[in-house]
Design a binder for this molecule. Sequence first.
Ligand SMILES: [Zn+2]
Ligand SMILES: [Zn+2]
Length: 194
Amino acid sequence: MTQIDIQKFCAREDDDRKHIQKPHKHGEYVYATNGHILARFRDAEAGQHWEDKFMDKVQKLHAKSLGRASLKWKRDIIKLPPAIECSYCDGEGKLADCDDCNGNGNFEHGKHYYECKECNGAGRMNPPEICHSCSGTGKDGSQRVKVGVSHIARRYAELILALPNLEVAPNLDDKAAIPFRFDGGDGILMPLMK
Ligand SMILES: [Zn+2]
Ligand SMILES: [Zn+2]
């Protein structure tokens, strides 16, 4: 099985919900979630302990969405539309302009110019900062991607499309969590609101 980066399914480092910044091992599975997506992986290592109460909630949610007998598993139903440029970095994936001086390299104050200390007057960051809005992809991650009657954000579409032998069970209800499965695990993904 190809190596899956389970950390990508967890909450980011700057997320307040510290308990889900790392995956958690429970039984034969490792669980990871960021509140929008929840996935579990067989034969994986985990780094953090989740509270029993939270784990119960996760398992109930998982069972409710994936335990239904009526699920119709489908392959290749997620078609990525042409990407839209990330408006934050203009599609560059990185932020080269210095944040402090907006790329000017200096500040005007009264009759004088002062060199920007952050970039030493260059106006550019060296090395450039990875764009936090698109995580360096240069693409708008919140672009809507159709899945059956629902829509999901492009960043999650790309995340699950990278899973081996992905199958998705599209819902008839556009607000319900969308079940998916792959070699070595399964999960659910919350659709975008209308
Ligand atoms: Zn600067
Ligand atoms: Zn960007």
